[in-house]
Write a new protein. Sequence first.
Length: 320
Amino acid sequence: MSGTPDRRLRIVVMFGAILVLCGWAVRGGTISADSFRITARAYGDWYWLSPCTHAQWEFLTLPASPEPYVGLDVFLCLLQAGDPLPEEIMVRFEIATSTVSARRTHITRLTRVQVNHQSALYFGQIFLSRRELGLGSRLIVRLNGTQSRLSLGVHPDSLRARIPGGLGVPGPVTPTENGRGGGAGEVNAVAGGASASVERPQLVRSLPESGRVDAAPFLAPGVYRGELGWPGPYQAPDGKDVYRVSLRVGQTISLRLEAPVGRALTLLLLDPAGQRVGEVSGTSWLGMEHRAAIAGAWQIVILCREGGPRFSYTLTLQIW
């Protein structure tokens, strides 16, 4: 790994700040590991894996769930070592449970979501079958440093568990009235009145206030509740919310937006370059689907087009 320890430490601190800004994929829907073990050297709160080191996260008290899957959200950092950093990386994780003695290997693709001239932050998700792994309340995930010629940066919160039932595991997809979409780059959008409805899980997570792209949190599939409008005297009106989602080429994103009757809203989808690829306006209920032709961090923008008192809206996000 090139560079002085002081420079590496500055990079580590920078990405620690980015991790906070990202909101850790709406952190309230995830669970930290009960134990984090590392054999690599620390710089700040981050650790850099070399070929002879590894990181291990242990979840000892995963809650029971009627759903057949458990999700894992992953954030890793890479330092540049001459060549440009890739848009995507493939990473191998070793998975073990209390009922399966042998470790199983899961390979996942991580997408670059933050980058500067020296380093980049990558995000991805893993979905594990409870039945296949005999998964109970204990889960062990190990990452070895032998798999990349680049230094992998990890943090105790680089890997978090996401429990089903509205906490990040994709559910059944409800197509728009225009169908599920065609080739890469196509957008299907629909708008309706108050009679339109969307089936969603019972658990709804709260969205943080987010009006800036650089501080917008990353969302995982699920159902969210946000607020727009005028909070009250001596406070500025809030007419815009911005969020981000990590997509790979060929993935389809489905958005459903519901608000009280008569609220005029606009739903926008922007690609990683900031180009608008989808827009739909209407009252009470909006829907949009898009198949990604570019990998990276996409923007979801929700606009309130009229003034008025504060109100709540519900955003349903699905990816397949």
